[in-house]
Write a protein that binds this ligand. Structure first.
Ligand code: NDP
Ligand code: TDO
Length: 302
């Protein structure tokens, strides 16, 4: 059997954990999980682990020389839009500059690079978007992620893919950043009132679906841009109400508000969402329905 030697960065994050667990269950992959911590935050699956800060160019070089991956999936990011607004240099170093470093190291050893990106590269004026839509980010996070995409495109790599996704939800161990669905469940379970925007629209994505989609992309060795998200376009308020319904929580605690309710809000694109036809036809991507994905998360939380 021809093994795919896959190096995953940011492996202790929400997507990184799901992806490493997915790949390490399949015999065709030999996985090296890397993250900033001394060890993995999870233990299911059979994979190697090495500490790696993607902004440390010499550490990246050494890790590539030691493991010699034939494919790298970059899940490392500063994924909080507020943190990107407040700590621009750190955000740029991770989301843009480090991608250039990874792409250069991939080129040297002939490896493929799969870069994970976001709906926030778009302005949100005319979603849902397909892969040919023109990016025009409205916040610093989106600009840094677009710069990361452009570093891949400009790198001269023989083989690369950019996988954009939207509003990820799921469970994982000891996350440094929670996600919207867990936040709604935890807040409502404590009986807390929450204010949720009803003018932002998304196609929320169950992280297990995204991990499966990326695995399919590796398996078929597809290049180019792919939009992998859920199928259903909903307002974030409707998403919160669906979470309450699926988890049997009190939806009267959810108050609809518009985006300008939050005084210090970071600008967020209003209507994103993805058309996922390319992933469906070229990868066999087939995400859970929103209710089924949320039910799976509810069961994982038990
Ligand atoms: N979450 C979402 O809704 C969406 C996410 N995306 C994209 O998906 C990808 C995965 O995001 P997600 O898993 O949700 O985010 P997480 O924040 O859960 O994971 C990102 C990981 O990157 C790690 N990281 C940060 N800086 C470095 C560094 N210098 N070196 C190595 N690792 C680093 C973080 O480490 P630590 O835990 O130590 O902080 C974290 O574990 C990102 O590219 C993100 O932009 C796109 C659309 C939606
Ligand atoms: C905390 C909070 C969030 N929201 C809304 C804002 C937003 O539409 C949604 C999710 O907010 P978050 O701050 O979790 O995430 P946000 O920064 O909007 O989400 C993004 O994550 C990054 C990584 C991406 O790349 C994007 O695809 C996107 O999904 O919830 C409220 O309405 N009320 C609240 O009190």
């Amino acid at each position: 059997m021809l093994y795919n030697r896959v190096l995953v960065t940011g492996a202790n994050g929400l997507l990184g954990q799901a992806l490493v667990q997915r790949l390490s269950r399949l015999p065709e992959y030999d996985v090296l999980a890397t993250a900033r911590d001394d060890g993995p935050r999870f233990d299911k699956g059979s994979f190697g682990y090495a500490p790696l800060d993607v902004t440390d160019a010499s550490a990246v070089h050494r890790t590539f020389q030691d493991f010699t991956p034939n494919v790298v999936v970059n899940c490392a990011a500063v994924s909080s839009v507020g943190e990107c607004r407040n700590h621009r240099e750190r955000c740029w170093n991770v989301n843009a500059a480090a991608v250039e470093t990874l792409a250069n190291e991939c080129r040297k050893i002939g490896a493929r690079l799969v870069q994970v990106s976001t709906d926030f590269v778009f302005d949100g004026e005319d979603g849902p978007y397909d892969e040919s839509a023109r990016p025009d980010p409205v916040n610093y996070y989106g600009r840094s992620k677009l710069a990361g995409e452009n570093a891949v495109r400009a790198s001269g790599l023989g083989s690369w893919a950019i996988v954009r996704t939207i509003l990820l939800y799921g469970t994982a161990n000891r996350l440094s950043r929670s996600n919207f669905v867990l936040w709604v469940v935890n807040s409502l379970s404590r009986g807390e009132t929450i204010h949720v925007v009803d003018d932002q629209y998304r196609t929320p994505t169950y992280v297990v679906d995204l991990a499966t989609g990326i695995e399919r992309l590796l398996h078929f060795e597809k290049d180019g841009v792919f939009h992998l998200s859920g199928r259903e376009l909903v307002s974030v308020y409707d998403l919160a109400c669906t979470v309450a319904d699926v988890c049997d929580l009190d939806d009267t605690l959810i108050r609809p508000v518009s985006s300008d309710y939050f005084d210090d809000a970071v600008d967020r694109p209003l209507r994103t969402g993805f058309i996922i036809l390319k992933g469906e036809t070229e990868l066999g991507y087939s995400p859970h329905s929103l209710r089924d994905g949320l039910a799976a998360v509810r069961d994982e939380m038990k």
